[in-house]
Design a binder for this molecule. Sequence first.
Ligand code: NAP
Length: 270
Amino acid sequence: MTVFVITGASDGIGAEMARQLARTHGAQAALVLAARNQAKLEEVAQQCRAAGAKAEAVMTDVAQEAQCRALVDKAVQAFGRIDALVNNAGVSAQALLSDVRAQDLHWYEDLMRVNFWGAVWCTHAALPHLKESRGNIVAVSSLAGLVGVPGRTAYSATKFAMNGFFEALRAELKHAGVSVTLAYPGVVATQIRYRGYNARGEAAGSSGLKEEGAMSVEECSRRIIAGMVARKREVVMTAKGKLGRFMKLLAPGVVENIALAALKDEVKPH
Ligand SMILES: NC(=O)c1ccc[n+]([C@@H]2O[C@H](COP(=O)([O-])OP(=O)(O)OC[C@H]3O[C@@H](n4cnc5c(N)ncnc54)[C@H](OP(=O)(O)O)[C@@H]3O)[C@@H](O)[C@H]2O)c1
């Protein structure tokens, strides 16, 4: 049996990864699903069970270290091992720094607790089990973690932090048999930007990005799973993302212009 722990599994990419793993592995998969919304988590767990897999919904706020440790403990209690940890839970944000009032700036720290610290805490707790199984770690970063995106000073910072942490960890684990796959999705058709913070730290309710041409959540999840199974170092999605990364070294000004062009006019810096 292969035991997968997935954070942010109540919706979007995490939920779809769980469903796809349940379908492909059937009774050979045990899925431990973590997020805050228990009802939605349970719904995803049911979908996984209907596909023949074992599934446990574990209500978890990854912004709380104790809850991350409890998640790992529950996974081991339920299934006796952990083969893969998918650090996927994340929150988005869209605001120009100059539009954020001093009394609201604390949400930058909140975002870091979910996107970065949540992944650190879960990974630290799961590491002895992953070493034992010679398993896989996945970190769902973003193209906004490869290129600084205007309006995303907070979000880009959390994803750059993830990259540094997991790249260093990958080297530490080189001889331990544990793979570390960093996934860099571009724009994927989920609700993340609508739920993400605005300058006041409230749910934005709208997306600041042009959403046409977004990758489907199914395709994104399929690519991340393929990268994990193949123990790839990275999964960089979209040709623009791959090109942008190299162009940043050669012509950073051009990459800034491309990043600005991805914004809707109403959220562009003036
Ligand atoms: N969609 C994109 O275009 C895109 C692009 C690049 C990278 N990504 C990254 O992909 C990952 C998944 O995003 P998505 O698009 O699937 O977003 P989504 O549909 O909004 O799902 C986010 C998931 O994270 C969970 N979550 C949020 N805060 C949490 C917390 N404090 N504790 C535990 N779980 C929490 C949510 O569940 P609850 O609300 O129930 O807690 C939900 O299950 C994120 O890391 C995101 O940054 C997405």
